[in-house]
Design a protein around this ligand. Structure first.
Ligand code: FAD
Length: 269
């Protein structure tokens, strides 16, 4: 839709130009910004003009630039040993969005927006990625993605800060993962999305998104027994309530998925 209050779209080429005037906001792919009225918004600062690389690979893992599109990430070629890679596409396909959205929506925009059904948040939280934030004093700070989204449309970003990148550790990419998702209709927005990750160290992590108002992670030193997992799930108390699912349904389906994932990743019956 037309954003009739927006008078200017700036296209910075250096970090020095990333200073936001009152009423200005970062523009990623614009798929959410241009999808609804934005009261008070007078200007946009297009992050894609900064020319950030979509990916960078190091011995430590993979760095995903915030302006990497969902399509670029979903098209990442398989690498030997990166057994977690199928999760990228599973999460991308969880968005209530067609390939047209994938081609412009950015990974950083999805995480920064902080929707419970933010499937890039699901992906990055599952992989224990770290959000690299450019702060207003010219520095940067790092926060685990699982803690970066703090509530519905809320994040750890302070005004004027920009999400620069997401750092995914190699150990996470080398983990085995499992994925479950449900929505109230076949192409509906995620009601809950539950993932499991089993690291080479034996650590087992369950991550719940979409069903909860922010990412919830349950961590175990090894694949737990059914009772231990069920007890941990029963202590989760931040179930989301919106037209895409009632909290009791989200709790029940998430609990069932967590148990399925436990078995899929090697838990005994
Ligand atoms: C048909 C349709 C279906 C959708 N389905 C889903 C869905 O299922 N789940 C979901 O989560 N979303 C959904 N969306 C919303 C949106 O498309 C996605 O969240 C998308 O990933 C947002 O990315 P973007 O780059 O387009 O963000 P933008 O629209 O550019 O920005 C989103 C917000 O994040 C801020 N922002 C963007 N990049 C940064 C950055 N690097 N640093 C700081 N702030 C930043 C912007 O200022 C804005 O507030 C849908 C949208 C449409 C139109």
């Amino acid at each position: 839709m037309d954003l009739v209050t927006v008078a200017d779209v700036r296209t910075p080429s250096t970090r020095d130009e990333l200073v936001f005037a009152p009423g200005e906001r970062p523009l990623g792919g614009g798929t959410w910004l241009y999808s609804e009225a934005q009261p008070g918004l007078t200007g946009l600062v297009d992050l894609t003009s900064l020319g950030w690389s979509p990916f960078g690979e190091t011995d430590d893992g993979l760095t995903v630039g915030a302006t990497c599109t969902i399509a670029e990430l979903a098209g990442l070629a398989p690498r030997p040993g990166w057994s977690a890679l199928p999760l990228v596409r599973q999460c991308a396909e969880s968005l209530l969005a067609s390939f047209k959205i994938w081609n412009v929506a950015t990974v950083g925009g999805n995480v920064a927006l902080g929707l419970p059904a933010g499937a890039m948040t699901s992906l990055m939280a599952t992989l224990d990625a770290t959000a690299v934030v450019w702060t207003t004093d010219g520095g940067e700070r790092r926060t685990p993605v699982a803690e970066f989204v703090t509530g519905v449309r809320e994040s750890a970003l302070a005004p004027g800060e920009v999400l620069r990148a997401l750092e995914v550790p190699a150990a996470s990419l080398e983990s085995r993962t499992a994925f479950r998702r449900i929505a109230l209709s076949p192409l509906g927005r995620s009601g809950t999305l539950v993932t499991g990750r089993l690291a080479a160290s034996g650590e087992f992590v369950v991550t719940v998104t979409a069903g909860t108002v922010r990412p919830v992670q349950l961590r175990f030193d090894e694949v737990p027994g059914a009772r231990a997992l069920s007890d941990a799930m029963s202590r989760v108390d931040e179930w989301y309530d919106d037209p895409h699912g009632a909290p009791d349904w989200r709790r029940a389906t998430s609990g069932g998925f967590a148990e399925e994932i436990r078995r899929e990743l090697g838990g005994s019956w």
